[in-house]
Design a protein around this ligand. Structure first.
Ligand code: TMP
Length: 207
């Protein structure tokens, strides 16, 4: 059994998630910051295949399976050992991304995508998930403004796709109200950080 705490961060592209998670990690003692897909060598290699703009032929089910494969390896190599060592694990995206993007936006079905993920995660779900909520139009604008960010295959999807992603997250928010907490990501970094830290600290205080 783990003594640590597993916290995940979710949201559409351009919500400012990564910036905020970095700042949250700096404020917490001994937190492990990691991301999906990636976080360890094998999963970073799978990430390259999934997000490569040249891979236009990728079938949605292949995409879902690759995310689940990367997730599995990352959990085994990095997340589980850190939790067993009692650490706070902050993960930029997890299974909810697959449910919102592949399950809902790609139309594979959330339950179907959860089933293949269950094979990968074996019931290991986060204790807390912070959902950074932003209008897809605003998120996409932020992506295009951020010149340092490399545009990936999923960024190339149209606005309708990103609207579906948000719809998917809304479904998840309704389904898991205890685990998932919404943060309005349209505000300033300071505001979003303050709200995020408040939620994380409340959760840590429960432990
Ligand atoms: P990132 O830009 O947050 O690193 O994530 C890479 C892209 O992968 C992003 O567009 C969201 C997408 N994604 C999925 O579609 N399904 C998943 O399971 C994960 C983890 C990410």
């Amino acid at each position: 059994m783990s003594n640590g705490i597993f916290i995940t961060f979710e949201g559409p592209d351009g919500a400012g998630k990564s910036t905020i998670i970095d700042l949250v990690a700096n404020q917490l003692h001994d937190a492990l910051l990691t991301r999906e897909p990636g976080g360890i060598e094998i999963a970073e290699q799978i990430r390259k295949v999934i997000l490569d703009k040249e891979n236009t032929l990728m079938d949605p089910r292949t995409e879902a399976l690759l995310y689940a494969a990367a997730r599995r390896q990352h959990l085994i190599e990095k997340v589980k050992p850190a939790l067993a060592a009692g650490r706070i694990v902050l993960c930029d995206r997890f299974v909810d991304s697959s449910l919102a993007y592949q399950g809902h936006a790609r139309g594979l079905g959330m339950d179907e995508v959860f089933t293949i993920n269950q094979f990968a995660i074996e019931n290991l779900m986060p204790e807390l998930t912070i959902y950074f909520d932003i209008e897809p139009e605003v998120g996409l604008k932020r992506i295009n403004k951020n010149k340092d960010r490399e545009i990936n295959r999923l960024d190339l999807e149209d606005l309708a796709f990103h609207q579906k992603v948000r719809e998917g997250y809304e479904i998840l928010m309704n389904r898991f109200p205890d685990r998932m907490k919404r943060v309005d990501a349209s505000g300033s970094i300071e505001e979003v950080l303050k709200r995020t830290l408040q939620i994380v600290e409340e959760k840590l205080a429960e432990k």
